[in-house]
Design a protein around this ligand. Structure first.
Ligand SMILES: [Zn+2]
Length: 76
């Protein structure tokens, strides 16, 4: 997996968000259930595999293998 650079992260998130057309804002916080850390959505990284598929990954990648589907709303 190779990390790729995203210039317009909000646009990337809008175009690639897996759960419909209402993506979180870059400033929103989520909890990653893989590493258990609270992350800022806009800190996401994008990795591309050898087939050309891109993954919106945890900011703690590659130490954490979580992706956007592993992020849950932070409990208040
Ligand atoms: Zn994580």
């Amino acid at each position: 997996m190779k990390e790729i650079e995203i210039n317009d992260k909000q646009r990337y998130l809008t175009e690639n968000y897996p759960f419909g057309n209402n993506p979180p804002n870059l400033a929103d916080k989520r909890e990653c259930i893989h590493c258990g850390k609270v992350i800022t959505v806009g800190d996401f990284k994008v990795f591309k595999d050898k087939y050309g598929d891109e993954y919106i990954s945890c900011p703690n990648a590659p130490d954490c293998d979580g992706t956007i589907i592993d992020w849950i709303t932070v409990k208040k």
